[in-house]
Write a protein that binds this ligand. Structure first.
Ligand SMILES: [Zn+2]
Length: 100
């Protein structure tokens, strides 16, 4: 239950950036942030389109990862990784950031 009125006006400066949308779709946000983003997207057709696009990218990436599960034995990890990097690059137009 909430005792605050729903904020129905989408803040023009309050669009989540693409990284946040991806984090949301990955369920990497904490509950309150995730809820805030969901509420914004519900009322914002611009962000609905961006979420749909991000979902498409993630679906594409998942397909690639699934494909990598079926690579023949003997395919080296570095070769599989390079394929994934290339696929990511073609989807996103840039290389994935190296994670430590
Ligand atoms: Zn928005």
């Amino acid at each position: 239950m909430t005792d605050r009125p729903m904020d129905e006006t989408a803040d023009p400066g309050g669009h989540p950036d693409e990284g946040l949308i991806h984090a949301w779709l990955d369920e990497a946000l904490d509950a309150s942030e995730s809820e805030r983003l969901a509420a914004h997207v519900r009322d914002c057709s611009a962000c609905q389109a961006r979420v749909a696009e991000a979902r498409g990218l993630i679906a594409g990436a998942s397909r690639i990862v699934a494909e990598l599960d079926e690579v023949p034995v003997g395919t080296t990890l570095s070769r599989a990784r390079r394929r994934l990097m290339e696929a990511y690059e073609s989807l996103h137009g840039e290389r994935p950031a190296e994670r430590a």
